[in-house]
Write a protein of this length. Structure first.
Length: 222
């Protein structure tokens, strides 16, 4: 007797979201089944992996990594060039140094670095805050304006600051990462709140994991 694998059917699917612009734009999403269950649906787009460009040189990187990037780690623009040269699909620039417990850089300093990285690369750019809600509200507003026209992905918008960050992303034509606290109902509610304020649901990327430096590039289901 042949083994028949049980299959689930789904009425919806993940929206396609394009990151960046031009020949090196990357499209994510589009899945019509759960991860790894290709026999139940389709997965039209490959996973996107981003290389991190920090605004302060990390002191906890392994020596092998430090050697590979040489002096570029402390120069975001130069690190962006390395990223492009390595043909990575996306760049990811967290503003670690803007956190009050780190360098407490100003919003203008963070925006300047974001613009520098955006100018140095020709692949999609994800701009992240430091994980400090109040400071991220200021930094991401400035960074969104400084990178207008680059179709970046701005994040992370959370319940406490989503209105301001979403407005900045809309005004400057960026995508948005919406982060909730490991609860599907909270994730759905945040999506509803964003769409109610006029944010296009096909421009939202969901991060269901409340860990500051983990971004799951998932988009809302249809």
């Amino acid at each position: 007797m042949a083994l028949v694998i049980p299959k689930e059917s789904y009425s919806g699917k993940i929206y396609n979201v394009q990151l960046g612009s031009g020949a090196k734009a990357v499209t994510i999403g589009g899945a019509s089944a759960l991860p790894f269950l290709a026999f139940e649906g389709t997965f039209p787009n490959k996973p996107a992996v981003a290389l991190e460009v920090t605004d302060i040189a990390p002191d906890d990187w392994p020596e092998t990594v430090k050697k590979a990037v040489a002096g570029s780690a402390s120069k975001p623009g130069a690190m962006g060039e390395v990223l492009s040269a390595e043909r990575r699909r996306c760049g990811r620039a967290p503003a670690d140094g803007t956190h009050p417990d780190q360098k407490n850089k100003s919003a203008d300093e963070g925006a300047k670095i974001a613009a520098e990285v955006a100018a140095a690369i020709d692949i999609p750019l994800i701009i992240l805050g430091s994980g400090h809600v109040e400071k991220d509200t200021q930094v991401l507003q400035a960074a969104a304006a400084a990178t207008r026209g680059k179709n970046c992905t701005i994040g992370k918008a959370v319940e406490e600051n989503y209105k301001t960050i979403a407005a900045a992303a809309m005004a400057n034509d960026h995508k948005l990462i919406a982060m909730s606290q490991l609860d599907v109902n909270l994730a759905k509610q945040l999506n509803i709140l964003l769409t109610q304020m006029g944010f296009d649901k096909e421009r939202i990327i969901m991060d269901p994991c409340h860990r500051p430096w983990v971004t799951d590039l998932n988009t809302p289901t249809a």
